[in-house]
Design a protein around this ligand. Structure first.
Ligand SMILES: [Zn+2]
Length: 193
């Protein structure tokens, strides 16, 4: 190959690289996991991953951007869902009783959260999943509880329809539901599966 040919070859591959994976028609699904390197069929996403993705795609469900006690981003509720949707475990906060661990999100809890919107049509904000600080044996640390602070644009404890949402959680199979009137739950609803 003469110099010009080398130059053209390098330029062409540089263009191919710069256009990214979508345009290069890479036949291998290898970017999504080690198993794909051997051309095995991609492992189907787990149910919890699919549920987490669906919740993330539901615009009526929003998320707190900080914890009561600090700003650890890795354990924010939205990040918990992003991690699980990507096949990883959700992270707890670096404080509290189960600091700095990783836990799965329970599919019953995820299904309940999703149906609060799809079946009961609530717009709501999640303040915590596995992050934050809870009681020592809290099911938050087991990925089985959700805290809700805003319901249909109103804060819990300030004229939000917490009773309706609590009732919906129970109908969706939650085993423990707490809210205004219960100790330490004046400003949020806790639903646990
Ligand atoms: Zn809670």
């Amino acid at each position: 190959m003469n110099r010009l040919a080398v130059f053209i070859a390098v330029s062409v591959s540089a263009v191919a690289l710069s256009t990214g994976p979508a345009a290069t028609a890479d036949p291998s699904p290898g970017k999504h996991g080690s198993s794909a390197r051997h051309h095995a069929p991609a492992k189907p996403a787990s149910e919890s991953a699919r549920l987490a993705r669906t919740i993330l795609n539901t615009k009526a469900i929003t998320y707190a951007n900080s914890h009561v006690r600090g700003k650890d981003k890795a354990s924010l509720p939205k990040q918990n869902l992003v991690d699980v949707s990507n096949g990883r475990l959700a992270r707890t906060s670096p404080w509290g009783h189960k600091k700095g661990t990783r836990v799965a999100l329970d599919t019953k809890m995820l299904t309940g959260v999703l149906k609060l919107n799809t079946q009961y049509h609530y717009k709501f904000e999640i303040s915590e999943l596995v992050g934050g600080e809870h009681s020592k044996k809290s099911k938050h640390y087991a990925g089985r509880a959700v805290d809700v602070t805003w319901i249909n644009g109103r804060h819990v404890g300030k004229k939000a329809d917490h009773r309706g949402l609590m009732k919906a959680c129970r109908k969706l199979g939650a085993k423990l539901v707490l809210g205004p009137g219960d100790k330490d739950h004046g400003t949020h609803v806790h639903c646990q599966w």
